[in-house]
Design a protein around this ligand. Structure first.
Ligand code: UD1
Length: 443
């Protein structure tokens, strides 16, 4: 491997500003909110732009911290990223000077690992930090690495870094994942579009963001197609061209606002909202008694009748798409605290996604965490204002929801985590009538 000296690297993106949110609860949300582009699509599209030297243009990109971090990582390896207007990014990666993605990037954002496939297939080598290493916690990337090896890559792991190279072009292959993985599917696809020959990925993730990536790759001239619900087939091309693309709307942000309307007995309209991508979640909302109607690109949510008729508890289980999204488990749990009866929560995708319920309990929720995958929520219980701390993105947004429903004032520390994935979340809630204030930590 040529001249790779990870430890001489300096990656100094702007420091994250630690923030608190102060929320006075008990107000009904009312009005209209615009849904932003999907984080989980935008990051992969930006990575895909490195597959060509030509310029790619993206609109409807959410202005979030993860996009800012990826922009810095791309610039650091020599890719030009312009940001000519809000929500518009242009990427030109004529050449990458330094094919190295440092630990600091991976520590800030696990999704930086999505650069493995495209950089390896286009430039033939890359050194990339292991985001699942001991220093950062669990969430392995073994399936991504296995997929690259199946395509002919040679990968060594040393000192927390994967040193990957492709002797010549990568070769098309059958990639059979032992379990469904969203980013694993995407990484394999991004590598295979420039490989030599035919690739079949099975089982492939079915998330709408994966399809958004497929549609962008097709505009770039890639021959890639979903040939069955859980199968993607690719015929590798030698070269791809630049393309324009508008990022698919964020179904997780939409679901978060729907749950927020539910928990505050509110009535709101979501604009630019992807009803078709929310099937399993909307079924849970209907079962609980939140009234929802879908228009062309709007969703109307009316939970005002829950003043008289309380929400109904129900059992939920997260699953890969088209099942209930694990990213919508935390907002759904907040709603379940306000519903009558015992609701069983089965988090089947990740093993650390129920821990945040401890903070919800501090706000008055009656929650029993049975094990890493199961919890029971008994309701309804009134929530009260509290000082709480959040450690991750989706749980953070959900504590905002709990605070909106609570009696009194809640202070949420670690609120900067929420800006990783939600564009202007405080401004959007303010617009809907919430009392929410964003302050630097320590005030
Ligand atoms: C993506 C989303 C995340 C969402 C998740 C599941 C992005 C940036 N993030 O994460 O918001 O919650 O899908 O819908 O798109 N696994 C392994 N080895 C691997 C990869 C995954 O064991 O190499 C395991 C994970 O620990 C997890 C399961 O597979 O238990 C599914 O994870 P995966 O679908 O890969 O999630 P991400 O793509 O990381």
């Amino acid at each position: 491997m040529a001249d790779a000296r990870p430890f001489h690297w300096e990656f100094n993106p702007e420091p994250v500003r630690r923030e608190v949110l102060r929320i006075e609860g008990g107000r009904r949300l009312e009005g209209t909110v615009s849904i932003s582009g999907a984080k989980n699509a935008a990051l992969k599209l930006m990575a895909a732009a490195t597959l060509t030297g030509e310029r790619c243009r993206f609109t409807n990109v959410p202005e979030i911290e993860d996009v800012r971090v990826l922009t810095e990582v791309l610039r650091d390896i020599g890719v030009t990223v312009d940001h000519p207007a809000p929500n518009v990014y242009e990427i030109a990666s004529g050449d990458a000077e330094w094919l190295f993605v440092p630990l600091e990037a991976a520590a800030k954002m696990r999704a930086s690992f999505i650069l493995l496939g495209p950089l390896l297939t286009r430039f033939g080598r890359v050194i990339i930090s292991n985001p699942g290493g001991d220093r950062i916690g669990r969430r392995p990337v073994n399936l991504h690495v296995d997929a690259m090896r199946a395509l002919g890559a040679e990968i060594e792991y040393r000192n927390g870094y994967y040193f990957a190279k492709a002797p010549g072009r990568l070769r098309g292959a059958a990639i059979n994942f032992p379990q469904i993985t969203v980013m694993g599917t995407e990484n394999a696809m991004l590598a295979a579009v420039l490989a030599d020959g035919h690739t079949v990925i099975e089982p492939a993730a079915e998330e709408p963001e994966v399809d958004d990536l497929i549609s962008f790759l097709q505009k770039m001239g890639a021959q890639v197609e979903r040939t069955a619900p859980n199968r993607i087939e690719i015929e590798g091309r030698r070269r791809l061209r630049g393309a324009d693309h508008s990022v698919v709307p964020d179904r997780i942000e939409a679901g978060t606002f729907i749950a927020a309307a539910g928990v505050t007995h509110g009535r709101i309209t979501l604009q630019g909202a992807p009803c078709d991508h929310l099937g399993a979640f909307l079924k849970v909302m209907a079962d609980m008694g939140v009234s929802i109607s879908c228009g062309n690109d709007t969703i109307e949510v009316d939970a005002t009748s829950t003043d008289l008729e309380p929400l109904r508890g129900c059992d939920i289980e997260t699953q890969p798409y088209p099942g209930l999204a694990t990213d919508l488990q935390p907002p759904t749990c907040v709603l379940l605290t306000q519903a009558t009866g015992s609701s069983h929560v089965h988090e089947s995708v990740f093993e650390d996604r129920l821990e945040w319920l401890g903070e919800l309990r501090r706000m008055g929720a009656n929650v029993e965490i049975a094990d890493q995958h199961h919890a029971i929520i008994n309701g309804p219980t009134p929530l009260h204002g509290e000082e709480v701390e959040i450690g991750d993105l989706r749980a953070g947004a959900s504590l905002i929801l709990a605070a909106l429903a609570a009696d009194g004032t809640t202070t949420i520390r670690g609120a900067h985590h929420v800006h990783r994935g939600y564009e202007k979340i405080d401004a959007k809630f303010l617009e809907l009538g919430a009392r929410i204030e964003r302050l630097p930590e320590g005030t």
